[in-house]
Write a protein that binds this ligand. Sequence first.
Ligand SMILES: [Cu+2]
Length: 124
Amino acid sequence: MKSTFTPLGLKGLALLAVLAPLQVAAHAIVVKASPAARSSAAAGDVPVALNFNSRIDHSRSRLALIDARGDATPLSLAESPEDQMRAVAKAVAPGSYRLEWVVLSVDGHITRGNVMFKVDATGR
Ligand SMILES: [Cu+2]
């Protein structure tokens, strides 16, 4: 029997059906960040704490520090409650930094985002 739909067309439709709700519904998102977005921190070891709106799978979530040159350093996650990410970012050189997070929330959805902050010698 011949289908009027091409296999590609069906796949495309199925993909749309899967992707559309993913993009509309926000899943694990950051509700509180330290350092706060666009804030300044003192140079050195910067404690990082990201609070999410839901529990996340720490073993399948990643956090990295990106410096002003674009160099990325993966941060190891410290013990924390399941709706948080904690780490220490070594940000010695003054300048702009970005924390990039990718998390798997307990509902099985992956989300990502970033928090930009500045480091200066005085921390103000
Ligand atoms: Cu979700």
